[in-house]
Design a protein around this ligand. Sequence first.
Ligand code: SF4
Ligand code: SF4
Ligand SMILES: [Zn+2]
Length: 323
Amino acid sequence: MDDETLAAGLCRVCETPLFNSAIPRKDDETFAVCASFECGNFIERHRNLPINLFQSQLQFHREQLRERRLARAENEARIQARIVEEEAENLRLLEAAQQAFPGLSQQSASLMVIPTGRTRMVPVSSERIENYRAHLHKVIAEARSFACASDIPQDDQNWAPREKNRRHENVFRDQPEVELVSDHLCGMCKGACCSSGRDHAYLSPLSMRRTMDENPALDDDQIAALYLSRVSKGSIEGACINQTSSGCSLPKEMRADICNAYFCDPILEYQRACAASAEVLPVFAVQREYLSAATISPDTTNEVLATALVRSSGPEFMDPLED
Ligand code: SF4
Ligand code: SF4
Ligand SMILES: [Zn+2]
């Protein structure tokens, strides 16, 4: 095969160095390609074409690859620029907070970006109530097959969040104010992580068995009624049935362990920092729709929606900065 673009050690299609990721072609080394599915696929589909046709198809394909690579690089550069821009904006906001709250600079406040949950309240439909009721009865029936919560085998997947939850409880016992700060931050966020709770609220036989153990006189219908009585008339659209504009309507002790155990990364980092310093640091929270520009398209806006200084006593919201 006569090919002026053929170079030893490069993928025959995309021309990246082959290194160890090469797929050797025993029958013909001129068809050696990198590990990418696309390159292997191109060779398989075109290798038997007459040489001129093969060459022109290859050129066209390489041009497309080049354009796609350029577009990807441009996109990544825009994302990086947005990350830097957001970080600089977060710092400017922190500096403004340090001016507004005397003494804050000495307190090493943690700068934290928190996301935002959905906010539109809608009436809870009877269909959602019935779905929730059906789920409750299903998990209650499963829970009845165990004499008590500790009878549920430890290898059951529901034990993992339970264990995680116990670890949080131990940390919060030493630093109860860290739990308060975390709860205030979740209240400000309005449960961005609760949107997939839908009409099941993650309630499992283990959660039910625990509530049943605490209320031994209640039968199955009464246990279900206990949960149903906590559903508000309105809930956040597209979120868990228990999510309201003022937070979760279920008391913590009735929630699934996964609900009590889950904290997003910024809050976990804060909790670790407080444990390491044995200090309960104030948090300067910058609320955006998304945690980081790194996870969204550079065309999606991610404006600052609110800022607040959050201490165990609650959040103190700040006025938006003038441009
Ligand atoms: S854990 Fe994070 S995402 Fe979930 S409610 Fe709290 S702040 Fe929001
Ligand atoms: S039960 Fe409460 S904490 Fe759990 S997903 Fe629903 S709203 Fe969120
Ligand atoms: Zn390749």
